[in-house]
Design a protein around this ligand. Structure first.
Ligand code: LFR
Length: 491
């Protein structure tokens, strides 16, 4: 049995998995909420609280294994990307890690670009410009002397094993990684005045990081010899590794807090056109390139839900708001062709009243959006589907990688309306699922490292395809004139 510690920006899970021929069984042993913590006007992650949950999850995994008369072969960790904590020589965290939703990254963008132009940066790191990329956050640090930067999954791994490494798929999201060489971009560190040893040495998915510290073993009931294996520690890398694609010509949408929309390549695309379209070349498992864009995601829905729940609570009627499923069902009955928003806009990154921001954006383009939640949800979902179609079309154009089918994995794969609207907007079939792609990708890499799963990505994907049959959405037949007029069409 393998344990996946899989923490997203809104929730975390500890999942136990068993892999066999055509079998990939998962069992969630621990679930917990996650979210940014506001302290004196800044946004952080409460790493101590997360560690309490991770340890509770590992203890639950140990119990589960005992009950099943099985042993835990290894542990893998994945989380969101970009964010880091600074540790001193003894491995102690200075303070809570900042969240990428904090405003400090965007505030440092111009200062970084004074040292390296966006064009120079892209030629080296191939990374889409997101104002919260690690290099912008690091530019705000006052005191890096004697400290090391550990990305969140690496930080958790350090707390479990005492070993410091930077897992490569996540390192590729820092902006300080060379997309072609697959190594730290030493010259970028130098140009930005950052110590070249700021991050620990790289480790690749499948390599063993170390074994549990005695105190961790004692606290969780796991054997001290239990290895922590590097997986695609960037959650998106793990999710893409588990996309159950049967053929080469697929696009993927890893749909969770964000929607990561793109194709898999074997070499980065570093052209000026690619930079201007803001496509990223993040590292995938097995040195693949995740050629994708961050498109808005379910965050737009969850943050809207939070506002409506708050409004209902303020009005003293906490039970009167509709749940997400009911709202999606109501949104499905709303007419098509209502106002759309640019879900990629940076104005939606920070927490706060989402419906109001959306209505303001619609208003700014001369449209009008009703306040009814079903109308807002329809606008979000239809805008997401339109952005997915636009992004996949661009990925095809910029990379030359043909796409015949779209795989949606993660939470959004359960969103019927989103899947159907995506098929309609792209004119391509959508294959939805599995919802737990990230944990599956994490566990499959561990199983392969143990010699218990196929050597190739295609082989790993065929296990997912056999164990988790996809739900298929066909695009609605279109009028010839509609297709010709639809700028998002891939046909
Ligand atoms: C998704 C994700 C994205 C990354 C964003 C911020 O969970 O990891 O890939 O761009 O979170 O880290």
């Amino acid at each position: 049995m393998y344990v996946a510690v899989d923490i997203g920006a809104s929730s975390g899970r500890v999942i136990v998995g068993r892999i066999g021929e055509g079998v990939a069984e998962l069992h969630v042993v621990h679930r917990f909420p996650n979210g940014v913590v506001e302290h004196r006007g800044s946004l952080y992650w409460d790493l101590d609280a997360l560690m309490v949950q991770v340890l509770a999850g590992l203890a639950a995994a140990a119990e589960h294994a005992v009950a099943a008369s099985a042993t835990i072969s290894s542990i893998g960790i994945d989380t969101w990307a970009v964010d880091y904590g600074l540790v001193d020589a003894s491995g102690r965290l200075d303070s809570m890690p900042f969240s990428y939703r904090d405003s400090r990254g965007p505030a440092a963008v111009d200062a970084v670009h004074d040292h390296i132009s966006p064009g120079q940066l892209y030629a080296t790191n191939g990374l889409q410009h997101l104002p919260f990329n690690t290099l912008y956050q690091l530019a705000t640090e006052k005191n890096l002397a004697g400290r090391q930067a550990m990305l969140i999954p690496d930080l958790i791994a350090l707390k479990l094993t005492g070993v410091r490494r930077s897992e490569v798929t996540n390192a590729s999201t820092t902006g300080l990684f060379d997309a072609v060489a697959g190594e730290w971009a030493t010259e970028s560190f130098q140009a930005l005045g950052l110590p070249t040893g700021l991050f620990p040495p790289l480790i690749r998915p499948g390599e063993t990081l170390g074994t549990l510290l005695p105190a961790v073993a004692a606290q969780t009931g796991l054997a001290a010899a239990t290895p922590v294996v590097a997986v695609g520690s960037h959650d998106t890398a793990s999710a893409v590794a588990a996309v159950p694609a049967a053929k080469r010509n697929f696009a993927y949408i890893s749909s969770g807090t964000w929607s990561l929309v793109g194709v898999e390549l074997h070499a980065p695309v570093l052209t000026e056109a690619s930079r201007l379209a803001n496509f990223t070349n993040e590292r995938g498992v097995d040195s693949t390139v995740r050629y994708l864009r961050n498109v808005g995601g379910l965050w737009l829905l969850s943050e809207s839900m939070r506002s409506w729940e708050q409004e209902a609570a303020d009005a003293g009627s906490p039970t009167q708001h509709l749940g997400l499923l009911a709202l999606l069902a109501a949104a499905a009955k709303e007419p098509t062709g209502g106002p759309l928003i640019d879900v990629d806009s940076t104005e939606y990154i920070a927490p706060g009243n989402m419906p109001e921001r959306i209505r303001a954006a619609v208003g700014a383009t001369g449209g009008a959006l009703e306040t009814r939640p079903a109308a807002v949800v329809r606008c979000i979902v239809e805008s997401l589907a339109a952005a997915y179609a636009r992004t996949i079309r661009q990925a095809v154009e910029l990379s030359g990688q043909p796409v015949e089918v779209i795989h949606i994995v993660g939470g959004g794969s359960q969103n019927d309306l989103l899947c159907q609207l995506t098929a309609d907007a792209t004119g391509l079939p959508v294959l939805a699922g599995p919802v737990e792609a990230t944990a599956l990708g994490n566990i499959l890499i561990q199983a392969r490292a143990a010699g218990a799963a196929p050597a190739t990505l295609a082989g790993l994907r065929s296990i997912v395809a056999a164990a988790y049959p996809c739900l298929r959405y066909e695009p609605a037949p279109r009028q010839v004139t509609d297709a010709a007029q639809n700028p998002d069409s891939l046909e």
